[in-house]
Write a protein that binds this ligand. Structure first.
Ligand SMILES: [Zn+2]
Length: 313
């Protein structure tokens, strides 16, 4: 019997190291799984201030900068955004797929492409989608002079106005590349800058259609803003993406609908800003009514767009 005693002492450190090893492997596998399915970045995940802001709904819309970063965490809805168009090789197919699935999207179009294909701009709007500003020639805005920056943003609006008689109110800077000067100019020109939460990396031309589908569907949460592009591979991936969203129980909304569905405080700030700019979606005719009526107008928007989930909000 005494011969068993030393054995017990020999095995204990071994078991401890085994346990440490198993935990390390489990941790590494968990991190890998999270990275593939993460809806938020590592930086945010590890930042306690992010979770504090998220808990208080301060991570959705930044009123100082008029910057939309995320939709409502409580609603199972995602916004589809398509950058860089309109392109005749892909947009007709994208529009047809959206129509087949009875959903609408937001297209951040480039001014020179709008000028080249005005009919595609009209068709995008006619089918109930919305269009935002993706600058005139897709230059990175932080590196421009103030005058160049102004023209790069404003000329796209002039082009859009010539085609449609309407103005643009949403802006996505090319490459989502912005600094304080870009945000200040965007605000001065009356834009909400729209970020994204999921990038499909569909601009990498050698990636397959299934990569685009999985990259998009694996990183979703309530209120995600998906960044896609008006490209042929994305057009081919879109039916599977929309099918996957429906299977996961997500509704597809435009950015304006997403803003209209934000929690009260960020919603009032965003809606009030857009109204002051005269955005027709949020009813410029009541622009002078102040914040008290802002939530009423949201109800009006819902009625107009036949939004049916208002009970859950
Ligand atoms: Zn772009």
């Amino acid at each position: 019997m005494p011969s068993n005693v030393p054995n017990r002492y020999v095995n204990r450190p071994f078991l401890r190291w085994l346990l440490v090893g198993v935990l390390l492997i489990a941790g590494a596998m968990g991190a890998l799984w999270y990275n593939e399915h993460r809806a938020i970045s590592w930086k945010d995940t590890l930042d306690p201030f992010y979770w504090w802001r998220r808990w208080h709904n301060e991570d959705l819309y930044l009123p100082q900068q008029d910057l939309l970063l995320h939709g409502n965490h409580q609603l199972p809805e995602v916004a589809l955004t398509f950058d860089d168009g309109p392109h005749p090789q892909s947009l007709p197919s994208i529009l047809a797929t959206l129509q087949r699935f009875h959903v609408h999207a937001t297209f951040f179009d480039v001014g020179e492409n709008m000028a080249a294909y005005p009919n595609l701009v009209r068709e995008t709007l006619a089918e109930g989608n919305e269009i935002g500003n993706h600058t005139s020639t897709h230059l990175r805005l932080p590196h421009l002079s103030p005058l160049e920056r102004h023209h790069e943003i404003n000329d796209a609006d002039i082009t859009f106005y010539r085609i449609t008689g309407q103005h643009l109110y949403l802006l996505r800077p090319p490459g989502m590349d912005y600094n304080d000067r870009v945000l200040a100019e965007a605000k001065r020109l009356g834009y909400i800058v729209v970020g994204y939460t999921v990038g499909a990396k569909d601009f990498v031309t050698d990636e397959s259609v299934s990569f685009i589908v999985h990259r998009t569907l694996d990183r979703l949460e309530n209120g995600s803003i998906l960044l896609l592009h008006d490209y042929p591979d994305t057009a081919r991936a879109l039916p599977a993406i929309l099918k996957g969203l429906a299977q996961r129980g997500y509704r597809v909304v435009t950015i304006s609908e997403m803003i209209a569905h934000l929690p009260l405080k960020p919603r009032l700030a965003a809606v009030q800003f857009l109204r002051q700019q005269g955005d027709p979606y949020f009813g410029p005719e009541v622009a002078s009514c102040g914040t008290a009526s802002a939530s009423q107008s949201v109800v009006k928007v819902r009625t107009k767009k036949e939004y049916k989930v208002s009970q859950s909000n």
